[in-house]
Design a protein around this ligand. Structure first.
Ligand code: KIV
Length: 262
């Protein structure tokens, strides 16, 4: 999947399917399922590193996982999520750190925010780095929101989000993630933009959807937002398997003849 192919989906009215991945094993499984766009999300701070939020994730953490995913991906578009403080302070930081993602094998980067990051986005896109925007409930601003709360319900906030979306498109963003906003607002943004919108908790009218892989597989259940639909229950499967393994070692049922050498 290339950036132009990704964008063509909107014209062709073909839904874009995106999931996060953080390692080679799941990247291969995601590709086998026919999913062609992978976000190496800074959500790894929560689901892999066990932190309460994404704020402590570093560029080194992200590059490690971006290399694992990009190294395993054969067809998918790989998008590296720029972590907190890798682009906020200056356009120079943004350029240098986005460049490191591309050198690690990612094809594009994602940044959170609107008006405050427009010049960063313009700087990156002007030198050929594809950038995905991210508006709505942007997790790197969790403390400003006072928690993970739906954004854009008030008319002034909705208008500001619509303007941010237009400005991000004008700055050269190739797509836009819309997180935890009312479905009606996501519909207006989607209709207003020529670039694809990818929703997560933004209703059915977006051009595509993204979910955190461990949420959709039912692996991570510490905090399950309303917008998550678990398509499997791998945590309970894993627990069951591990409990059986423990019982069988204790009882002597494992290893049996078929797992033994002579
Ligand atoms: O970090 C992440 O996984 C994300 C998606 C939830 C959009 O930003």
């Amino acid at each position: 999947m290339t950036i132009p192919e990704f964008q063509r989906h909107k014209l062709d009215k073909k839904k874009l399917i995106v999931v996060t991945a953080y390692d080679a094993l799941f990247t291969r499984i995601v590709e086998q399922a026919g999913i062609e766009a992978i976000l190496v999300g800074d959500s790894l701070g929560v689901v892999v590193q066990g932190q309460a939020d994404t704020l402590s994730v570093t560029m080194d953490d992200m590059l490690y996982h971006a290399k694992l995913v990009a190294g395993a991906a054969q067809r998918a578009l790989v998008i590296g999520d720029m972590p907190f403080m890798s682009y906020q302070a200056s356009s120079e930081d943004a350029l240098r750190n986005a460049g490191r993602f591309l050198q690690a094998g990612a094809h594009a980067v994602k940044v959170e925010g609107g008006v405050a990051v427009i010049d960063r986005v313009a700087a990156m896109t002007s030198i050929g780095i594809p950038v995905m925007g991210h508006l709505g409930m942007t997790p790197q601003s969790v403390h400003r929101y006072g928690g993970y709360k739906v954004q854009g319900r008030e008319s002034d906030r909705a208008a500001a989000l619509l303007k941010d979306a237009t400005d991000l498109e004008a700055a050269g963003a190739f797509a836009l993630v819309l997180e935890a906003i009312p479905a009606e607002l996501a519909k207006r943004v989607t209709e207003q933009l020529t670039i694809p919108t990818i929703g997560i908790g933004a209703g059915p009218h977006c051009d595509g959807q993204v979910l955190v892989l461990y949420d959709l597989l039912g692996l991570f259940d510490d905090f399950v937002p309303k917008f998550v639909k678990p398509y499997a229950h791998l945590k309970s499967d894993a627990l069951q398997a591990l409990r059986r393994y423990k019982e069988e070692v204790e009882s002597g049922a494992f290893p049996s003849e078929s797992e033994s050498y002579h």
